[in-house]
Design a protein around this ligand. Structure first.
Ligand code: HEM
Length: 478
C-alpha cells in the first residue's frame, strides 16, 4: 500500500457540478440500447458441432490451468458447447465460440440470478446476503435500478478527469522501485488499482490493505488452505461493515458517501418498483447506462444492496485491473516488436488496451448464467436452470472473428472483443480499466527504456485459477 501516493480521485469526480449525490439522481432516460433487435440463437441442426447429446462430463480444470488457449482451441473446433465439470465441481455448459458467447452475453433468457439455478446444480461463491446482493447476481429490474445509481460516476468523461491523479500515482510507485529489478505485480500492478479504487470509494488510507489475499482466496483458492475462502468472506464482511459505519459517521467527498446518502434518503429500498426490462443486447459500452429503465423506476437502495455494491466495485475494480496490467506488460515483454512500436508512438497506448484485453484479458469466464427456459446455444439445447459458462478468453481467440488470434497485434482492430463483457452487464468500470492500463503502460515504458523479464518465461508462476488469469509475480529487470 502506498499512502503517500494518495490521489484526489474522488474530488476529481465530485468537484464538477452537480454535487456528488446528484450524480446518482435517477432521471428518466430514453432508451439507450443500440436499437438492434436481439438475435435469436441459431436453431439446432443434427450436424451442428454443438450437438452434444449424452456426452460424458469432461473436467477441463487441469488442462485449463496448464494452457487454457490450447484447450479452448480444441473445444471451439470440436465441441463448442460442451458439458463440463465447472469450477464449482458441478455440471456446466462451456461455450467457446465468439458468435455464441457474444450472443449469449446479451440474451435476456440467460439469468444471473441464482434463484434460476436448478436446486443443487450450482455451488459457486458462498457469500452472505450483505455481499451477495450485487449487480453480478441480478437481472432487471433490480439490476437496472442499482446500476443507474452508479453509472454516472464511471462515464468516460468523469474517468478522464482521473488521468492526472492516476499518472501521479504510477510515477510515485515507479519512483519507489528498487534499483535494477523488481516484481512488477507486487510493486506496481497491484498497488496502482488499490490506490485508485480506494480513493474513488473513499476508503481512508488507514483502512486500506492489500486486497490480494482476499481476492486470491475467492478467485484462486489455495487447495492447501481449505478454510481460507470462508475466512476471507468473514474478513471482508467485517471490513465493509466497519467502512460503511465510518462513512455514515463522517461522510466525505466520495462515491461511497454519496451512495450512503442515496440509501438513507430512500428508506429501506424494499419498495423499489418495476424499473423496466433492462433492454436488450447491443454493443455494450457506456450507452448501457440506465438502459431500458424507462417508466417509474424507483431509486431505492437496500442496505444489503449498498454493501454489496461497495464490495463489487472494490473487488472487481481491484482484482481485474491488477491482472490486466500485469498480463499486458507480460504480453509486451513477449512481443518485443510490439513493445518497440508502442515506445515509438506512446499515443497509441489507449487504443492498444482493447488488443491487450482481447489477447489476455483476466476474466477467462463470464459470470455463470442460468437459462430461464430451454435455450439453444450453438446448436445445443441447454435446459432451463443448468449452469452456462461463457468463455470470454476462448471467444477473444476465435480465429473466425480475429484472424491470427493468438498473435498480439497492436495494429489490429480489436473492437468487439468481450474481455469486458457485453450487454447489460458490460463492465461498469471499463473506462477506468482502460485508463489505468494505458497510464500504467505509458509510465512504465517511459521510465525504463530497457525492460526485460528477469526469469525465463517458463518459470513465471500464474494464479491457480480457471476464472481469472494473472501472474503471481512478474520479475523484471530494467
Ligand atoms: C481492468 C480490467 C477489468 C476487466 C477485465 C473487467 C471485466 C468485467 C467483465 C467481463 C464483466 C461482466 C461480467 C459478466 O457479464 O458476466 C464486468 C462487470 C463489472 N465490472 Fe469489470 N472489469 C475490469 C475492471 C473493472 C473496474 C476497474 C471496475 C470498477 C471500478 C469494474 C466493475 C465492474 C462491475 C461493477 C461490473 C458489473 C456490472 C453489471 O453487472 O452491471 N470492473 N467486468
Amino acid at each position: 500500500m502506498v499512502d503517500s501516493a494518495r490521489v484526489r480521485v474522488t474530488s476529481a469526480i465530485t468537484r464538477q457540478p452537480p454535487p456528488a449525490v446528484a450524480l446518482f439522481r435517477v432521471e428518466s432516460m430514453a432508451t439507450t440500447t443500440s436499437g438492434q433487435p436481439h438475435q435469436q440463437p441459431s436453431q439446432p441442426s443434427p450436424s451442428a458441432p454443438g450437438q452434444v447429446g449424452e456426452q460424458p462430463l469432461y473436467d477441463p480444470t487441469a488442462e485449463l490451468l496448464a494452457d487454457p488457449y490450447a484447450v479452448y482451441e480444441r473445444l471451439r473446433e470440436t465441441a463448442p458447447v460442451r458439458r463440463i465439470v465447472g469450477p464449482d465441481g458441478r455440471p456446466a455448459w462451456l461455450v467457446t465460440r465468439y458468435e455464441d458467447v457474444r450472443r449469449a452475453l446479451a440474451d435476456p433468457r440467460l439469468s444471473l440470478d441464482k434463484r434460476h439455478a436448478l436446486p443443487g446444480n450450482y455451488h459457486g461463491f458462498q457469500l452472505p446476503p450483505a455481499l451477495d446482493a450485487n449487480l453480478l447476481n441480478m437481472d432487471p429490474p433490480d439490476h437496472t435500478r442499482i446500476r443507474r445509481l452508479v453509472v454516472r460516476a464511471f462515464t468516460p468523461g468523469r474517468i478522464e478527469m482521473l488521468r492526472g491523479p492516476v499518472r501521479r500515482t504510477a510515477d510515485e510507485l515507479l519512483d519507489a522501485l528498487p534499483a535494477g529489478r523488481a516484481d512488477l505485480i507486487a510493486s506496481y500492478a497491484a498497488p496502482l488499482p488499490i490506490v485508485v479504487i480506494c480513493e474513488l470509494l473513499g476508503v481512508p488510507p488507514e483502512d486500506r490493505r492489500d486486497f490480494r489475499e482476499w481476492t486470491d482466496a475467492l478467485v484462486a483458492p489455495d487447495p492447501s488452505r481449505p478454510g481460507r475462502a470462508k475466512e476471507a468472506v468473514r474478513d471482508m464482511l467485517a471490513f465493509f461493515t466497519g467502512l460503511l459505519a465510518t462513512k455514515r459517521a463522517e461522510p466525505g467527498d466520495d462515491l461511497l458517501s454519496a451512495l450512503i446518502a442515496v440509501r438513507d434518503d430512500a428508506g429501506d429500498g424494499d419498495d423499489a418498483g418495476d424499473g423496466g426490462d433492462g433492454g436488450e443486447g447491443g454493443d455494450g459500452g457506456d450507452e448501457w447506462a440506465g438502459a431500458g429503465a424507462g417508466g417509474a423506476a424507483a431509486d431505492g437502495l437496500g442496505e444489503d444492496e449498498l454493501m454489496s455494491l461497495a464490495f463489487l466495485i472494490l473487488f472487481a475494480g481491484y482484482e481485474n485491473a491488477v491482472q490486466l496490467i500485469g498480463n499486458s506488460v507480460l504480453a509486451l515483454l513477449r512481443h518485443p516488436d510490439q513493445m518497440a512500436a508502442l515506445r515509438a508512438d506512446p499515443g497509441r497506448a489507449g487504443a492498444a488496451v482493447a488488443e491487450f484485453a482481447r489477447y489476455e484479458g483476466p476474466a477467462l469466464l463470464a459470470i455463470r448464467r442460468f437459462p430461464v427456459e430451454d435455450v439453444v446455444i450453438g446448436g445445443a439445447t441447454v435446459p432451463a436452470g443448468e449452469t452456462v459458462m461463457l468463455s470470454l478468453a476462448a471467444a477473444n481467440r476465435d480465429p473466425e472473428r480475429f484472424p491470427d488470434a493468438d498473435r498480439l497485434d497492436l495494429d489490429r482492430d480489436a473492437s468487439g472483443h468481450v474481455a469486458l463483457g457485453h450487454g447489460i452487464h458490460y463492465c461498469l468500470g471499463a473506462p477506468l480499466a482502460r485508463l489505468e492500463t494505458e497510464v500504467a503502460l505509458t509510465a512504465l515504458l517511459e521510465r525504463f527504456p530497457r525492460l526485460e523479464l528477469d526469469v525465463p518465461y517458463e518459470e513465471l508462476r500464474r494464479r491457480p485459477s480457471t476464472r481469472a488469469r494473472g501472474l503471481l509475480a512478474l520479475p523484471v529487470r530494467y
